[in-house]
Design a protein around this ligand. Sequence first.
Ligand SMILES: CC(=O)N[C@H]1[C@@H](OP(=O)(O)OP(=O)(O)OC[C@H]2O[C@@H](n3ccc(=O)[nH]c3=O)[C@H](O)[C@@H]2O)O[C@H](CO)[C@@H](O)[C@@H]1O[C@H](C)C(=O)N[C@@H](C)C(=O)N[C@H](CCC(=O)O)C(=O)O
Ligand SMILES: Nc1ncnc2c1ncn2[C@@H]1O[C@H](COP(=O)(O)OP(=O)(O)OP(=O)(O)O)[C@@H](O)[C@H]1O
Length: 533
Amino acid sequence: MSTTLPQTNDFGGTPLVSLQAIAEAIRANGTDCEIVGDASTEIRGVAIDSRKAAATCLFICKGVGFKPTFLESAIASGAVAYLCQGELDEQGKLTAPADLAAAAAGTPAIVAADVRRAMATASKVAYGDPSTGLNIVGITGTKGKTTTSYMLHAIMDAAEVSTSILGSIETDDGIEEFESCNTTPESPDLWRHLSNTVASGRAHMVMEVSSQALKYDRVLGLTLNIACFLNIGRDHISPAEHPTFEDYFESKLRIFDQCECAVVNLGTEHVDEVMAAAKAAPQLFTVGVDCDSADLVACNVRTVKGGIEFDIAESTKLAAAAGEEDASASAHTIKLSIAGLFNAENALCAIACARLLGIGWNAIEQGLSHVRVPGRMEIIASPNEPITAIVDYAHNKLSFETLFKSLKKEYPGQQIIAIFGAPGGKAYERREMLPQTAGAYADLLIYAEEDPAHDRVEDICAEMANNTPEGVAHEIIYDREEAFKRAVEVAHESSKPTVIAFLAKGEEELQHRGDNFEPIKSDSAIAHEVLGA
Ligand SMILES: CC(=O)N[C@H]1[C@@H](OP(=O)(O)OP(=O)(O)OC[C@H]2O[C@@H](n3ccc(=O)[nH]c3=O)[C@H](O)[C@@H]2O)O[C@H](CO)[C@@H](O)[C@@H]1O[C@H](C)C(=O)N[C@@H](C)C(=O)N[C@H](CCC(=O)O)C(=O)O
Ligand SMILES: Nc1ncnc2c1ncn2[C@@H]1O[C@H](COP(=O)(O)OP(=O)(O)OP(=O)(O)O)[C@@H](O)[C@H]1O
């Protein structure tokens, strides 16, 4: 996670739209609102952060952390109107909260009954609904969203189709390119990225759609050409995310209500519920590893040098949807340049989406043979000793289970040492689930720091130590570099070859401590340095 803000907020190319037109669209979308001041005021673009407000824009006031001084500063930067959550006055009319009205000093406003829904509609209208001419693929799931997006992007690159990407690692819309703050941006930013995609001449976007985005209307009003559902596992349950698993799962399933075509991985848990929800989509395609009933099937998934390989069978139905003349079932062999047998599932999803976008098999084969996802399944082998470090982003129960199962198959008989932690302030269940899951497979667990935020790293690690299964060796070493060096020391003491699974931070170079994001050496850099690889 990064604290980077978007690089630009130049609304120059966007149309002028009146508050009247925006308010009508908000109401048409089922949200009540009132205009305060001159309804003919015209705005250009929408800003959600005062630090990015620019001339003529509409500024959004929302959130528990919002301060009226942000509105003052946005107006000073040129905002000509604002949109906020309204309060009902004695006559039952929506009015702006007094502190905002005072800060706005007469600046016109749209005051809405639900600011999150209203800002999504306002943004869509303000940018002239740029989604209509675009092919947009939305990918959701507990794990594999980033990996699948990168795979699809690599295929599009191989097909020479310039494609925007929005996800947890990076945002690239053809005009702005920066390290992402969120997996899915807030709606005003989302619609700006769609608009930039059109302005840059691109016709395609691949985006990760988080459960938070679906729950909090970040993607409200956006029709996805393809919605891809990878999997569902228990995660993201905390006061800051989802109160229950049901809330998390229901949020994710909402993706099917806003797509033209669904792609579902039949290997997911709760597959019956997922398939029932997916039927809301006008078209539905399935993928599956060793699952003959799927429209795209992978089998014989095997480890090869530099990644994995598998055989794949495409149904006539998918070939026809891909626009093939004389469509017929076909078989292919795919070499994927990323390790981890589980990545076959992600690849299947990426391939199905690519096919539905009309991409041919040559580009698919070429793209997947070269794809790399920063910090995911990076294999760093010591040049002189039988020690292999695997730097990976696994950090919840589903990814731990999948990763360790895969390691056991790919490195049979080897000693496994796992280094990981758990974050502060969210997903508290990981402190119990991760030691238990890793403890079922690894020979030694080393608990280390992982974004403790406002919690004490000492308390997090102690909780994990308490939750370690009986008889499983474990140590606590907060500093990640020291933890890795200790793992290497243990590897030296063993007669067996060793795999060190260095988990949860990948290529990240910031550690979330308190309110700060402090620079650290990435796990990749540590593994390369210590192993001399
Ligand atoms: C800090 C925090 O917890 N924020 C959550 C909160 O936001 P909020 O609407 O109350 O707004 P806020 O964060 O208090 O910010 C106040 C406003 O002031 C603005 N501001 C701030 C500073 C300034 O100088 N000027 C200014 O204008 C900010 O741009 C913002 O609009 O309430 C919202 C829902 O009502 C949440 O979406 C939002 O989650 C933040 C964005 C967040 O990072 N959440 C995580 C959990 C998240 O969304 N993660 C998913 C990935 C996880 C997954 O896979 O499910 C993601 O999509 O990234
Ligand atoms: N299909 C999958 N099933 C289970 N685990 C997976 C799958 N794909 C990837 N993983 C594991 O999850 C980790 C994170 O992968 P990725 O970043 O692609 O997921 P994500 O859904 O984007 O995660 P996040 O929501 O945390 O950003 C990988 O490093 C790997 O260990």
